[in-house]
Ligand binder design. Sequence first.
Ligand SMILES: C[S@@+](CC[C@H](N)C(=O)[O-])C[C@H]1O[C@@H](n2cnc3c(N)ncnc32)[C@H](O)[C@@H]1O
Length: 229
Amino acid sequence: MRSATGDHDPGSAWTEVDEYLVQTLLPEDEVLELVVDENQAAGLPAIDVSPLQGSLLSLLVRMTGARRVLEIGTLGGFSTIHLARALPPGGRVVTCEYEPRHAEVARRNLDRARFSDVVDVRVGAALDTLPQLAAEGGDPFDLVFIDADKPNNPHYLEWALRLTRPGSVIVGDNVVRGGRVAEEASTDPAITGTRTFLEALGEDPRLEVTALQTVGAKGWDGFALALVR
Ligand SMILES: C[S@@+](CC[C@H](N)C(=O)[O-])C[C@H]1O[C@@H](n2cnc3c(N)ncnc32)[C@H](O)[C@@H]1O
């Protein structure tokens, strides 16, 4: 793991602090522990948000009173369950996943967590699903969580803006990428996509934005947070 300070690898300390915070702040969560086990057993990559980050997503849903949530990037449904469990009665999550196998595991996990009626898993490339959602003409989304293929983040932002309303919140994950986001000359599509995404966030007069760096069990990364004006 790359070091924030450059002189030693603080990864294990970050993980220790994450474990301490989880133990101190979060209740036992058998449902999500099972999801992590199921994802691992199914061979899914362990690239879901951490429990503390998932709790932040839940808090954002509750704090904003979001009823309709859009997620781009389901994986096994770990973050989806955090989003779904914070909804008021009648609330809904639509989550987009490209890999049918990931979607299948997610559906199983959501079923077990009793959220199959609350979550609509749409399988396919999100850039195909998002126009379909627009064409369906449902109510705007109150919160959008962008966490899929990073090169497409600038397009996901455009769609998020089309599918939301003033007062909606947009969260973009993994915008720091071990510090590599600051590498101006990078040709890595995940970095150039993230940089274009951040630039679009910063330039768009329809948005009030920030981004925070994070460290923890998932390494050094960060998320962008935007409010649609
Ligand atoms: C970082 S993982 C999502 C993690 C999940 N949000 C969580 O925290 O539990 C990214 C997911 O996006 C999916 N993905 C990649 N490209 C996609 C695309 N074009 N459209 C929709 N999903 C895509 C991947 O298959 C993967 O399951």
